[in-house]
Write a protein that binds this ligand. Structure first.
Ligand code: GLN
Length: 545
């Protein structure tokens, strides 16, 4: 019997839409800064008066990165709607005004999950469910953005061209270009140009081969973003363009720079926005980069130094606390300070000479975290900050531990703990709410996304925000246990932020120069020119401004 034929019409819709799309892929090696490139393209288009949206597709089979360790994936970035996403979405939000939600963060796991759910329901009765067209159609469906809200959608594909798991995305892009028309879609490929010291030469072969791979899959990139540690010559650009079949002005030098906030202006100087807008037959005459120029001006006008000790389990990983590092930099820029982050592994603290370890540090920050390792070291750092009156900033786990430390060492509740680390603790100062106890599955079940919070009048927190109602993003399972509120309060802890259902969102210590700890993640809402007030004021306190 002949197999039931596939309805190809669903997968071949000639695009009538007004939307323009930019795809960003990467080649040669990972960690090239594709996400940053995508974000900076977004910034340039916004500076040209366009509205943008950005999406990231990750080819792994996790439904989202929420269940991955920072060793695998770096920071898990949280959106306002609670989506747990790739850290590149943090770049997108810091560099643009795009409104991002769960639909902007996709993975093969998410794509396959929805196809398999539909298959079980019987939606494909009689059909063989296949990568082409079912998976590619599902990918294309998620790539599309309805007309009206934005002008350009930028879609970044995770991984490196040639990865087996990335193939369906490349095939989906090939079809997408065919359906939407070349003039409405642009493909930018980010590739490494390695510098060979022995030959004293920049090598183009790996980039050529990476583009050849793309072309073998039916995709001709329009632009080539050349990641390089040394400037490239016009001749080299021409050569690359010729071999890769890319116009020479589409070959863009993307040099290593001191600060990521220099990248938009650098790409503008390289003609990126002009090339893209010409490709889309749009007006390219009015790119206003005042915002990025202002950041560069502030960056070069810094007159003092500030050192912040960050005590966390993953201090050896560059990306594990990405948004925290960026928010600290925003705060430093706002205060005219050069920032130095002193990364401290909490396991090195118990029994050590704390004065020596924290010497020269103006402030101590404890970021979010999970699991037992490093807890006693973090508690020691908090105790040190509280006693020596060094400005202290606790985030999420950092707040939970600040209450544990206070309960143990100020109130005298020996053995106080979070039930995450000691389920049998006599004083469960931090514990699970009833709703959390009912969850058995781990993925997507934490308290996630934005929640409102009321700020108590006259507190440092309220003064910092300058308002009395805020909304901040969350990602945690455990909460401060209200049963201990009165005891801690009587001993000098101030509950400065209260959220839905009376949950404690922020605490501070009344007779300390700057000791603020919050249950939420303020780092996810900080931008270079709109630093988060808590990071701004923490840096000011640490630099004694
Ligand atoms: N492990 C803690 C919890 O789940 C804190 C989480 C965090 O710091 N993001 O509540």
């Amino acid at each position: 019997m002949a197999a039931k034929s596939v309805d190809w019409s669903a997968s071949f819709r000639l695009g009538e839409s007004e939307m323009r799309y930019i795809f960003i892929s990467g080649g040669v090696v990972s960690s090239l800064g594709k996400g940053l490139t995508a974000a900076c393209i977004g910034a340039l288009l916004e500076a040209s008066g366009l509205r943008v949206s950005l999406k990231k597709f990750d080819p792994y089979l996790n439904v989202d990165p929420g269940t991955m360790s920072p060793f695998q994936h770096g920071e898990v970035y949280v959106l306002a709607d609670g989506a747990e996403t790739d850290l590149d979405l943090g770049h997108y939000e810091r560099f643009t005004n795009a409104k991002l939600d769960a639909s902007c963060s996709l993975s093969s796991g998410k794509i396959y999950e929805s196809i398999i759910r539909r298959e079980r329901r019987g939606d494909y009765l009689g059909e063989t469910v296949q990568v082409i067209p079912h998976v590619t159609d599902e990918i294309k469906k998620h790539m599309e953005v309805p007309d009206g809200e934005v002008d350009v959608t930028i879609v970044e594909i995770g991984g490196t061209v040639g990865d087996i798991e990335g193939m369906p995305y490349m095939e989906a892009i090939r079809q997408f270009i065919l359906e939407h028309g070349k003039g409405n879609v642009l493909h930018g490929h980010v590739a490494l140009l390695p510098f060979l010291r022995v030959a004293d030469e920049i090598k183009t072969k790996p980039a050529q081969q990476s583009v050849a791979l793309l072309r073998g899959m039916g995709i001709q990139p329009d632009m080539l973003f050349c990641r390089t540690e040394k400037p490239i010559t016009v001749d080299l650009r021409k050569k690359l363009g010729l071999f890769c079949n890319v116009a020479a002005d589409g070959v863009i030098e993307e040099l290593d720079v001191q600060s990521i906030y220099e990248v938009p202006a650098m790409l503008h100087r390289g003609g990126v926005d002009r090339f893209i807008l010409n490709h889309f037959s749009m007006d390219s005459s009015s790119c206003d980069l005042w915002e990025w120029e202002e950041i560069a001006r502030r960056a070069s006008a810094r007159s003092r130094d500030v050192a912040i000790a960050l005590v966390g389990k993953y201090v050896d990983l560059k990306d594990a606390y990405k948004s925290v590092y960026e928010a600290l930099e925003h705060g430093a820029l706002a205060n005219g300070c050069r920032l130095r982050i002193v990364r401290i592994d909490p396991d090195t603290l118990p029994g050590s000479d704390m004065d020596a370890i924290f010497a020269g540090c103006g402030g101590i920050l404890i970021p979010g975290g999970f699991g037992n390792r490093g807890i006693e070291g973090k508690l020691a750092a908090i105790a040190y900050g509280r006693r020596t009156r060094i400005p202290f900033f606790g985030i999420c786990l950092g707040m939970q531990l600040a209450t544990v430390e206070f309960a143990r060492n100020v109130v005298g509740l020996a053995g106080a703990n979070s039930t995450e680390f000691d389920p049998q603790t006599p004083y469960p100062v931090v514990s699970l709410m009833e709703e959390q106890k009912s969850f058995t599955a781990k993925g997507g079940t934490m308290r996630l996304g934005s929640y409102d919070c009321s700020l108590a009048a006259g507190t440092k927190l309220q003064k910092s925000y300058g308002c009395s109602k805020i909304s901040e993003r969350h990602r945690h399972r455990y909460e401060f246990n209200g049963a201990y509120g009165k005891q801690l309060e009587e001993n000098g802890m101030v509950f400065s932020g209260i959220g839905v259902g009376g949950l404690v969102e922020a605490v501070e210590i009344a007779d300390h120069p700057w000791f603020i700890a919050v249950q939420y993640h303020p780092e996810f809402q900080s931008k270079p020119l709109r630093p988060h007030p808590l990071f701004r004021d923490f840096i000011a306190a640490a630099a004694k401004i």
